[in-house]
Every structure is written in C-alpha cells, then in structure tokens.
Design a protein around this ligand. Sequence first.
Ligand code: CTP
Ligand code: ZN
Length: 164
Amino acid sequence: MVLALTHENETQIRIVKIKEGTVIDHISAGRALDVLQILGITGKEGSVVSIGMNISSSRIATKDIVKIEDRHLKDSEVDKIALVAPDATINTIRDYKVEKKTRVVLPHTITNVIECPNPRCVTNKEREPIEAKYEVVSDHPIKLKCNYCWTLIDEKDIILQFAG
Ligand code: CTP
Ligand code: ZN
C-alpha cells in the first residue's frame, strides 16, 4: 500500500515543492518565459528557477507555472505580471508552506509602466513629457489604449518593452 502510494505520487509530481520563494501559478499557457522576462530573470543570476509549461489544470484548460526560489516579489512586479498573465496566482512560500496567496489584478488604467509606441505621442516628447496613461480595453488578450493618442498596444508590444 505504501509502495503503491509512493508510486502514484511519483507519477504525479512534475515540479518539486520549494522551501522558500515564490510560485507563480495559473499563468496563461505558453507565457512562463514572458513572466520571467518581466521579472528580469535570465537564469544567469544563479538562483534556482523551475518552469512548467502547458500543464493540464482544472481551473484553466492548460497553464504555465514558475517557481522562483529565495525570491519574494515587490507589489510593482506583481502588477506587471498581470499584463501578460491576468489569471496568475502569486504564492509566497516560507518553510514549505503557502504563507500568502494573491491573484494578480489588472487595473482599469495603467500609468507610466510602459511607453507609448507612437513616437509623436505627447508622452514621448523629450521636453516636458506628459505622464503616460493607458486604458485597459481588453484583458484576454490584453489590449491597452493610450489616453493621449489612442494608439492601441497589444501583448506583443508590452513584452517587447520589458525585453529592453
Ligand atoms: N507549492 C510549491 N512549494 C511549496 C508549496 C506549494 O511549489 N512548498 C506550489 C504548489 O505546487 C502549487 C502552488 O504552489 O502549484 C500553490 O500551492 P497550493 O495552494 O498548496 O495548491 P492549490 O491549492 O492547488 O492552489 P490553487 O488553489 O491556487 O490552485
Ligand atoms: Zn500615446
């Protein structure tokens, strides 16, 4: 019986549990690498990062998951994750336990996080630029609209900016 249980668990575990750090769960399938890019994680930092992509899940059809050991996220980082993974759950892990679980929230308006891709937009003026502001016009997939020039910004534009 014990053997059977062990065997069952072994076939179910895809990524090991972590002792300390952050588990970003319910990332839209295929977006794990974008989340890492937003967080500036390249793998060269030397810390342990586990990535699962296109995993079957009950809540959303398939999902990605990222486990970052020994790192806790700032609120501003969590807000950025919402831009590419609007259903993500951020689990703070301490001593193997889920100490805190939060859903990311996509606000109705976004200020200053990204630049308007329209070079002639007033928010890009070299002298006296105006603070960039966007309205979230759609969340699946995400689309933003610049408040000043009405340029539409999609997920690809957003990810490209974080790559820079
Ligand atoms: N997790 C982990 N290491 C731990 C504890 C949890 O990697 N020490 C991971 C789990 O594998 C899971 C996520 O963190 O992917 C959330 O854990 P938990 O809340 O226990 O799982 P669920 O109840 O399935 O989460 P949810 O309800 O958010 O789907
Ligand atoms: Zn603009």
